[in-house]
Design a protein. Structure first.
Length: 528
């Protein structure tokens, strides 16, 4: 039985598909302390979290069965993603489900700050009727600077234009076409901070965005600027904001997120009458919580059932149609990797992968991963998988070179794989042959045609009369049936390659006997 642990409060309505699956048992245990999570995590195949559970490297040390961590939301900063990758655990998120909620919350915060609504409400609650203190500003004709124009930033831009604002935007991945289609003016961060009346950030919190807005940027801003953060605490430096509020440079701030959450009871930001604070509520709508739970539950089921999934944050993301196009090559790639690994000694120092013909037009990153997995799992064991194979290669100091060439002179599609160790370089090539599926078509440049499956005896030898017969006799004496045979050579009497498909495993004794035949150069017992 597949077991899933839900360790944060997540909409049960959204989790429907997981809860209804016959082969999946779901344990809902929100709020467990780290110690207890460490004790039980080893029993689960999947972990589903929101933002409270901290998925630490320490916890992952105990997660011996875990295949996937699902985050019901966008930000994965509560998950140690590098540690998950190291353990070969897929991390998926639900990036779309709370976009509108967070964009609307940003807007609610902007309006609340501009019109001092929370302060006016608090005054009414105190029994006052004060119509002088709470004079606000209009959004109309103001300049809004958006830093980070992804899903949420773009929705904020649309709403701002409906309110008559001019929108400036900075995002390193913003194309001029996208900027045009969203009717925003592309600017640098410096231009934004100098020109905007309102500034809002919608980036993830990463090395490049930590303290993106700090003392220097506040110093460049217009007097009376208003600041919003509904993304992550730490993109705007709180200490610098506090100083800018004190000096009067900043006329208002609206914050949903903080450098430390929950904020301290005596947090200085609470003391400013012109600051509006909410406790990380951007995604807190009924709709968003159902949406993210549905999205993440569906994705977790796909990962657990080995079906294609799309929202992994530690894998190259590929739309489903593109993934379908490369699917046949995934099997071929892994088999070529396994074959090459069994034909070379250790340590592997370089892996060169070339894609020719049809496949060179496709997104090959997943194929490269399966090739690396095929090679590395032979030496590193089951802990190497699709998720961590590139990392294991890097950590092992293996140089990985990927290239694409156009049409191939012989094959409509071809994957070439060259594996180098300090003592040798070996090249295997494979194709997808319409009607015949994956085929190994060359070994060290010798033409062969073999299905990459089952057990094989692979030899290199000198092409001389009687070689095939002698090998056949040894295998026959060992009660090993030959299912298929392929011999490739370049010239009569020269070096040749033989690939024998065999029905049962050959003992090391049998392999040694073959190796002792005169003019046998190498013999390998291969299992694919
Ligand atoms: N308050 C909440 O409850 C809440 C809810 C959802 C999301 N969020 C936060 O909002 C963030 C944005 O969410 P999204 O769905 O729009 O994500 P997204 O990935 O669609 O957009 C993020 C954008 O930031 C841009 N970016 C990256 N580095 C940048 C940099 N150095 N400078 C400027 N832009 C940069 C990216 O190119 C991308 O376009 C999330 O990372 C999450 O932390 C908060
Ligand atoms: O789970 C939440 O409510 C916060 C979600 C939000 O910060 C996110 O990154 O998706």
């Amino acid at each position: 039985m597949i077991r899933v642990l839900v360790s944060d409060p997540i909409s049960e309505q959204g989790l429907g598909k997981l809860l209804e699956a016959d082969d999946i048992q779901v344990d809902i245990k929100p709020g467990l302390p780290e110690e207890e999570l460490c004790n039980i995590i080893g029993e689960f195949d999947a972990l589903l979290v929101r933002s409270q559970t901290k998925v630490t490297a320490k916890m992952l040390e105990h997660a011996t069965r875990l295949r996937v961590i699902g985050r019901a939301g966008v930000g994965v900063d509560n998950i140690d993603v590098p540690a998950a990758t190291q353990h070969g655990i897929v991390v998926i998120n639900a990036p779309d489900g709370n976009t509108i909620s967070t964009a609307e919350h940003t807007f609610a915060m902007m309006m609340a700050m501009a019109r001092k609504i929370p302060q006016a409400y608090a005054s009414i609650q105190r029994g006052e009727w004060d119509r002088k203190t709470f004079v606000g500003v209009e959004l109309n004709n103001k300049v809004l600077g958006i830093i980070g124009l992804g899903r949420i930033g773009a929705e904020v831009a649309k709403r701002a234009q409906a309110f008559g604002m001019t929108v400036l935007a900075y995002d390193p991945f913003l194309s001029p076409q996208r900027a045009d289609s969203l009717n925003v003016k592309q600017c640098t961060v410096d231009e934004i901070v100098q020109q905007a009346d309102f500034i809002t950030v919608h980036t993830p919190l990463i090395k490049e965005t930590k303290y993106l807005i700090a003392e220097r940027e506040f110093g460049m801003m217009k007097d009376g600027v208003r600041i919003l953060n509904c993304a992550r605490g730490g993109i705007i430096k709180e200490e610098a904001l506090i100083q800018a509020l004190k000096s009067g440079k900043v006329a208002g701030a609206a914050l949903d997120v903080f450098e430390e959450e929950p904020i301290a009871k005596d947090h200085p930001l609470k003391d400013f009458p012109n600051v509006v604070l909410t406790p990380h509520l951007g995604a807190s709508t009924e709709e968003a919580q159902i949406n993210v739970a549905i999205d993440v539950a569906e994705e977790i089921i796909k990962v657990l059932r080995d079906e294609p999934f799309k929202n992994a944050v530690n894998l190259p993301s590929l739309p489903a149609d593109k993934l379908r196009q490369v699917e046949p090559y995934l099997v071929l790639g892994e088999k070529l990797g396994k074959l090459a690994a069994q034909l070379v000694d250790n340590p592997v120092t370089k892996i060169e992968i070339s894609y020719s013909g049809d496949i060179s037009q496709l997104e090959v990153a997943p194929v490269t991963r399966t090739i690396l997995k095929g090679i590395l799992s032979y030496h590193h064991g089951a802990e190497v998988n699709f998720v961590n194979a590139p990392l294991v290669a890097e950590q092992s100091g293996i140089q990985v070179v990927e290239s694409k060439t156009g049409k191939h002179s012989v094959f409509t599609n071809l994957i070439g794989l060259e594996v180098t160790t300090p003592h040798q370089t070996r090249r295997v090539e494979g194709t997808i042959n319409n009607g015949f599926g994956p085929r190994i078509v060359r070994l060290d440049g010798y033409a062969i045609d073999a299905a990459p499956e089952g057990r094989m005896i692979v030899t290199t030898h000198l092409d001389q009369p009687g070689m095939i017969g002698r090998i056949g006799t040894i295998l026959g004496n060992g009660n090993i049936n030959i299912a298929t045979m392929q011999v490739g050579r370049k010239e009569v009497g020269g070096k040749a390659v033989m690939v024998l498909g065999i029905d049962n495993a050959a003992s090391s004794e049998v392999v040694r006997e073959i190796a002792e035949i005169p003019n046998i150069l190498e013999v390998f017992h291969v299992e694919l």
